[in-house]
Design a protein around this ligand. Structure first.
Ligand code: GDP
Length: 200
């Protein structure tokens, strides 16, 4: 996809701070340090649109970015940072849940997993929660460059089994080699387009 513009719109914690709902939205979720900011920057072909978090769990806001005047990327705060107190974790969860449950313009959630790990209970629960709410999920296994092709295949199989989903559901991605970049864009465009075709 050719990127003509990618601009930060605003940050929000509450619905009354969200931008107007005039564009389809794609949200990005993942554990802190998984490579979420890097993935977004590669997708939009900008080095620093999203600040990569040297301090895990630092970004605690929903950040909205206008892409080509066509869609909005919503960077959700990273989760699973052990050092954060429980109360703060709860507030994050609530903020993310509020956004995901009540945003008609949300077209899909891109969930990013480290290809070297297996999806854990929190991720499995999150994915099932999205599926129950009929929110399309795009599953990315990132940092694929850290593994051989054979190991990548094995990790796809392990995650597919853990989540009870077909292996084709997963997109192996690498910010280093750009592996999977076209597939991620195709999946995003399909979710945005599906809605247009439904007449929304
Ligand atoms: P975030 O906290 O999820 O936004 O994670 P970042 O995007 O800041 O990435 C965390 C670390 O992983 C950084 O040191 C990145 O350079 C590194 N990283 C991200 N994506 C990749 C990738 O595809 N391959 C490799 N080898 N490293 C990556």
């Amino acid at each position: 996809m050719r990127i003509t513009s990618a601009e930060f719109v605003k940050s929000a914690t509450r619905p009354d701070h969200y931008p107007e709902m005039d564009l389809p939205e794609i949200a990005f979720a993942g554990r802190s340090n998984v490579g979420k900011s890097t993935l977004i920057n590669v997708l939009v072909n900008r080095k620093h649109l999203v600040k990569t978090s040297s301090t895990p769990g630092r970004t605690q806001l929903l950040n909205f970015f206008n892409i080509n005047g066509k869609m909005m990327f919503v960077d959700l705060p990273g989760y699973g940072y052990a050092k954060v107190p429980d109360r703060v974790k709860k507030d994050w969860g609530k903020m993310i849940e509020t956004y995901l449950s009540d945003r008609p313009t949300l077209k899909a959630v891109v969930l990013i997993l480290d290809i070297r790990r297996t999806a854990q209970t929190e991720e499995i629960d999150f994915i099932n929660w999205l599926i129950e709410r009929r929110v399309p999920v795009i599953l990315i296994l990132t940092k694929a460059d850290k593994l051989s092709k054979t190991q990548q295949k094995k990790q796809v199989a392990v995650n597919a089994a853990a989540l009870n989903l077909p292996p084709e559901t997963f997109i192996c991605f690498s910010a280093k080699t750009r592996l999977g970049l076209d597939r991620v864009w195709a999946a995003i465009n399909a979710c945005v387009k599906m809605e247009e075709e439904n007449g929304a």
